[in-house]
Design a protein around this ligand. Structure first.
Ligand code: DGL
Length: 257
């Protein structure tokens, strides 16, 4: 049985990459909903339907757990999915809590990057209002970054100009952490590292998510299959060019730790 990963596009590969490191004896299947990427600028109702259709396809693959490697899909559909399927479903949310702890102790603020749809959901707004009693968290939607990412445009001048423009209204000295609250964004970690002041820590949820996946599988006695971190890539458009794109994206993230 395999561990399945799901995202609108190539973003979830950043989480798959972490799983390959933490769980090298497992095999994986990665599904991208290429017919509908990007999710972050679409309506909640549409995304809910796309996620449902995608998970129906994924379940045909003998899976022992499913990671919704997409903050947007998680914020919209995770509860319903958990009520529908009997395999464990692990979701993702922007790692605001650890970021807040780091920033607070440095007397600084938190800047959360995510899709417009994630930032609008009550799952996100309630999370922030629950833990941010000093109002230290600011949010910045970066929808165009998903589009750049889907073109494997990871390190061009266009990317640097994009971040420079988006961050121009923030005084970065006031921030201690930047949260990558969309799984597409960790492809830009190294570019961000060169743009952001050194004191800012970049936080993303992949390590914690994969750790939770490992705990859940271990508790179910389903860890340590005889796998080899083999990955089967699938996409809703069944386009072989996109499968190659996913393989390239995985190689990129493996080479840019
Ligand atoms: N990778 C996704 C996320 O984590 C969604 C990006 C998109 O499709 O807009 O939110």
């Amino acid at each position: 049985m395999k561990i399945a990963f799901f995202d609108s596009g190539i973003g979830g590969i950043t989480v798959l990459h972490e799983a390959m490191k933490q769980l090298p004896r497992e095999d994986f299947v990665f599904f991208a909903d290429t017919l509908h990427v990007p999710y972050g600028t679409k309506s909640k109702a549409d995304v809910k339907e796309y996620v449902k259709q995608s998970v129906e396809t994924i379940r045909e693959e003998e899976v022992k757990a499913l990671v919704i490697a997409c903050n947007t899909a998680t914020s919209i559909a995770v509860s319903e999915l958990r009520n529908t399927y009997d395999f464990p479903i692990i979701g993702m949310e922007p790692a605001v809590k650890p970021a807040l702890e780091i920033s607070r102790s440095a007397g600084k603020r938190v800047l959360v990057f995510a899709t417009p749809l994630t930032l609008k959901q009550s799952k996100y707004t309630q999370l922030v209002s629950r833990i941010d009693d000093q109002r230290l968290v600011d949010s910045l939607p970066l929808p165009e970054l998903v589009e750049l990412c889907e073109r494997l445009n990871f390190e061009s001048q266009e990317v640097i100009d994009y971040f420079t423009e988006k961050l121009s209204s923030f005084d970065l000295n006031n921030y201690g952490t930047v949260v990558l609250g969309c799984t597409h964004y960790p492809f830009y970690k190294h570019v961000l590292r060169s743009i952001l002041p050194n004191h800012i820590q970049i936080v993303d949820g992949s390590v914690g998510t994969v750790h939770r996946l490992a705990v859940i599988l271990s508790e179910a006695g389903q860890l340590h299959a005889d796998g080899n971190a083999d990955t089967k890539f699938l996409c809703s458009s069944q386009n072989p060019d996109y499968i190659r794109k996913m393989e390239k994206a995985l190689t990129f993230i493996q080479n840019h730790e």
